[in-house]
Design a protein around this ligand. Structure first.
Ligand code: GDP
Length: 128
């Protein structure tokens, strides 16, 4: 997972980490870092052709982020449920994006969308 620049800037790191633990995830890796343009482009390479790609990279490099490796049963599916839809206005009440998201782009947190991508994204930020 990633706590995105808007959440870090607006002081939600603590709330989001607390929620993660309340949802029975174990935090087995945690980093505070400022993504470089190259890292952000690589991380979101799958969206390269999308019209919002440049804006997304600008946003993700606009300030520091917190990256975490989370473990629990059914982790990917459960985290996607806890964060809610990409667009915070469509995210169910109580989900992290509904609580802290600002827009479809500045949507507070990232979650891997499959187990396969979870492994790839974890390796992107953490040693084995
Ligand atoms: P996610 O899996 O819910 O994060 O959504 P996607 O993989 O589709 O998109 C990746 C990220 O790109 C989202 O979390 C947003 O930060 C951003 N994004 C998605 N759709 C849009 C859009 O239509 N416009 C803009 N500006 N950003 C978007």
């Amino acid at each position: 997972m990633i706590i995105k620049p808007d959440s870090v800037r607006d002081g939600h790191i603590g709330h989001i980490l607390t929620r993660i633990e309340e949802e029975s995830f174990r935090i087995t890796g945690l980093r505070y870092l400022h993504l470089s343009q190259q890292q952000a482009e690589e991380f979101y390479a799958i969206h390269k052709e999308r019209p919002f790609f440049d804006s997304l990279v600008r946003y993700m490099t606009s300030g520091p982020v917190v990256v975490g490796r989370l473990e629990r049963e059914n982790a990917v599916e459960h985290w996607r449920k806890v964060i809610g839809s990409t667009d915070p206005t469509k995210a169910p009440p109580g989900t992290i994006r509904a609580l802290y998201g600002i827009s479809i782009e500045s949507n507070a947190v990232h979650g891997s969308d499959s187990v396969e991508n979870g492994v790839i994204e974890t390796r992107f930020f953490f040693e084995e």
